[in-house]
Design a protein around this ligand. Structure first.
Ligand code: LMR
Length: 316
């Protein structure tokens, strides 16, 4: 049995993610005990109760039971995995960091509630600003002596990687869609993120290509502008890819926001996206020895400065 809590269960991203979780497309070999958390407000309560009925009717083979909660302490009880999707969503004209004040209270409370989860609980933060929200979880655990390991706290940058690879394919591999593309993300899930690769041909096309970089940096805002609300199923799909690779491993380099150990001069303790090798069984390591020229180092430094400035605003 594998107990998973999804926060913000009434929201659109969660409702795209939960079917992927229950239909075996993330964890085909796990039987899921699902815990749904959202606010104790009329609209959310109604939505979550309706969701529970519909999930039952889907008759998923892998879904054992569903419980609904408004208190994170109850929702997180004995969880193996928590997917933090709940938070105030970004509106047109806002940067993700504008959500920091609104969402940091939620993350401080939920960080404390991690004491009810299993000691080796895995955490994925999707709600923005996801890197710094994940850092709040890390800091709350540290301050309160919780046993959650820092390797078990991660934030979503896979959406940026998936976007970069898809748009690269569309732009450069028009004729040969099967050609392998591997691009990874450094830094923050924000408009300062930096894209990189170890593939020489791809590097020729993307290094110093400001137009391509800006496209990826601003893709979230482009979607908000196009449809009036932030991305939903692409975010859910990226969370699926992140979790699948984290759990089972992947040959390619993937991007994950993790608590920095100081690699590549990223300040220790920041949650920053790195190139990652997932080795299976929830083990991963930062890919070492990536050659960074002065231009690339300067880009990463900019990301770190932004993460530091966000971190300076949090109080746990
Ligand atoms: C995205 O990148 O689409 C999401 O993180 C939503 C947002 O705020 O941009």
């Amino acid at each position: 049995m594998f107990k998973v809590c999804v926060t913000g269960a009434a929201g659109r991203v969660a409702q795209c993610f939960i079917p992927l979780l229950c239909n075996g497309s993330i964890f085909p070999d796990k039987k899921i005990i699902l815990s749904l958390l959202d606010l104790n407000n009329e609209p959310q309560l109604k939505e979550v109760n309706g969701l529970k009925l519909e999930l039952t009717d889907c008759n998923y083979d892998n879904l054992i039971s569903i419980s609904t909660h408004t208190d994170p302490n109850e929702a997180f009880k004995d969880c193996d995995l928590i997917v933090f999707i709940g938070g105030f969503p970004r509106k047109p004209g806002m940067e993700r960091k504008d959500l920091l004040k609104i969402n940091s209270k939620i993350f401080t409370e939920q960080g404390l509630a991690l004491k009810n989860a299993k000691e080796d609980v895995k955490c994925l933060v999707v709600a923005n600003p996801c890197n710094t929200n994940a850092k709040i979880l890390y800091e709350v655990c540290k301050k309160n002596g919780l046993k959650v390991k820092k390797e078990n706290i991660s934030s979503l940058s896979r959406l940026d990687q998936d976007r970069a690879e898809a748009i690269y394919r569309q732009t450069y591999n028009k004729e040969d869609k099967d050609k392998k593309v591997n691009i990874f993300i450094w830094g923050n899930h924000s408009s300062s993120l930096f894209i990189d690769t170890i593939d020489e041909e791809i590097n020729k096309n993307i290094e110093n290509n400001e137009e391509f970089l800006k496209k990826i940096q601003n893709r979230g805002a482009e979607i908000i502008k196009a449809k009036g609300s932030s991305s939903t199923f692409s975010a859910a799909n990226a969370a699926r890819n992140h979790l699948k690779d984290w759990c089972y491993g992947n040959e390619k380099i993937v991007s994950m926001g993790i608590v920095s150990e100081g690699d590549y001069t990223v300040t220790k303790g920041l949650v920053c996206s790195f190139p990652i090798k997932c080795k299976g069984n929830w083990n991963f390591e930062v890919v070492k020895g990536i050659n960074l020229n002065e231009g690339k180092k300067a880009r990463i430094k900019k990301c770190v400065e932004e993460l530091e400035s966000e971190a300076s605003e949090i109080v746990v």
